[in-house]
Design a binder for this molecule. Structure first.
Ligand SMILES: NC(=O)c1ccc[n+]([C@@H]2O[C@H](COP(=O)([O-])OP(=O)(O)OC[C@H]3O[C@@H](n4cnc5c(N)ncnc54)[C@H](O)[C@@H]3O)[C@@H](O)[C@H]2O)c1
Length: 356
């Protein structure tokens, strides 16, 4: 399936499981260019044959960074830039990011800064990267003061998705990525809400057809939102459903012992609980919300959290405006609203009931 992020001159295609190989697709998308492949050492080993073939056919040197979120910092970004500079690439260069969200974010940010910006292509290899990080143009690195604090909006020229890459993805990473798919069930309209409710187990168990449809539907929702609000001035904030709570958890545990998607699962449970307590959804919809609550993955937390500290951690979020929490809260199956008027007590109670 082919989808488009419609951003005028910066529009691009997202090709999901399209026939035809990567080489011909990338050449058709970007025209004559010189290439470089950025990946990590784990993927370089796992996909050795494929990457060697791409490297030979595109005459693309391969830059493999160390694997892990702890390497998503300015030092590694600078190493990638060194690599690009030493490879003697010019402004017609295209950076191919082959990997999960970490590789995509660093390679995209390097492409945004190299020679004041060259094109890049995303080849996402995790479920999270397929449905979330590869689409939308947010690139960047972490800083010791917080995650993703340094970066740039820089849209890719192509996103090339092959769901078969997920065959090698470890179960925990897959489940964490599913958190982002599940999220679209709350923000992507009534049809997506019903699709996720009905196909939850098939997607969770990687049934190929359900998985492909879930990936396509999720990307279509994200592409539509990004097309309408590239820089997060409005509707793009809906993508943060579950994230204000999730980010607070990640910060509280100092980014150890809990994957991002796992934290988002807990965050979605909290957001649903806030909506229930604040009576934001109609009694007629309660059965849908109750069913979705039971389907949410509940990862075990590294330690029992201190709820007051978790609440305080919510205020370090980039999305806090004028000291007010802006929460994305579900009001109907598939529909969320942004609210900044929820009482502290209600939020604390939601944390208690989910994390107790
Ligand atoms: N730019 C955005 O809009 C955006 C959105 C959401 C998240 N992010 C960022 O994405 C990052 C998380 O991304 P992620 O969850 O993909 O993590 P990741 O990139 O760290 O990948 C997770 C692990 O899976 C391995 N892996 C990747 N593909 C594999 C495959 N096919 N087979 C086997 N192993 C594979 C990786 O080597 C890594 O060890 C975070 O840094 C987050 O901030 C960015």
């Amino acid at each position: 399936m082919n989808m488009t992020v419609a951003l005028g001159a910066r529009s691009y295609e997202i090709a999901v499981n399209e026939p035809g190989g990567f080489i011909s697709t990338v050449r058709a998308a970007v025209g004559a260019a010189s290439y470089v492949i950025v990946t990590n050492t784990t993927l370089q080993k796992l996909y050795d044959v494929e990457l060697r073939q791409w490297s030979t056919e595109l005459q693309a040197p391969v830059c493999a960074i160390a694997d892990g979120e702890q390497h998503k910092h300015l030092g590694v970004w600078s190493d990638v830039l060194d690599f690009l500079l030493r490879a003697n690439l010019d402004r017609n260069a295209v950076v191919i990011a082959f990997g999960g969200g970490v590789v995509g974010d660093i390679a995209g940010f390097a492409a945004a800064s190299f020679l004041r910006g060259v094109r890049y292509v995303q080849v996402p290899t995790t479920l999270l990267a397929m449905v979330d990080s590869s689409v939308g143009g947010k690139t960047g690195v972490n800083h010791e003061t917080g995650k993703n604090r340094i970066g740039a909006f820089h849209q890719p020229s192509l996103v090339w998705v092959r769901t078969t890459y997920l065959d090698s993805l470890p179960e925990r990473e897959y489940a964490a990525g599913y958190g982002e798919v599940f999220k679209y069930g709350f923000i992507g309209g009534a049809d997506m809400a019903e699709f996720i409710r009905k196909n939850h187990f098939d997607i969770a168990l990687r049934h190929p057809e359900a998985l492909e449809e879930a990936v396509c539907r999720s990307i279509a929702i994200k592409a539509d939102i990004v097309s309408r609000d590239e820089r997060e001035g409005g509707v793009r904030a809906l993508l943060n459903f579950g994230h204000t709570f999730g980010h607070a958890l990640e910060r509280y545990y100092q980014y150890r012992g809990l994957l991002h998607g796992e934290a988002v699962f807990v965050g979605m449970a909290c957001a649903i609980e806030v909506s229930r307590r604040a009576r934001l959804y109609a009694p007629a919809d309660a059965s849908w919300f109750d069913e979705m609550q039971t389907k949410l993955m509940r990862p075990s937390l590294p330690a029992t959290p201190d709820i007051a500290k978790l609440y305080a951690a919510m205020f370090s979020d980039k999305k806090v405006r004028a000291g007010k929490l802006r929460l994305v809260l579900p009001v109907k199956p598939g529909v969320c609203e942004i609210r900044d008027d929820i009482a502290e007590e209600t939020i604390m109670e939601a944390w208690e009931s989910v994390c107790a």
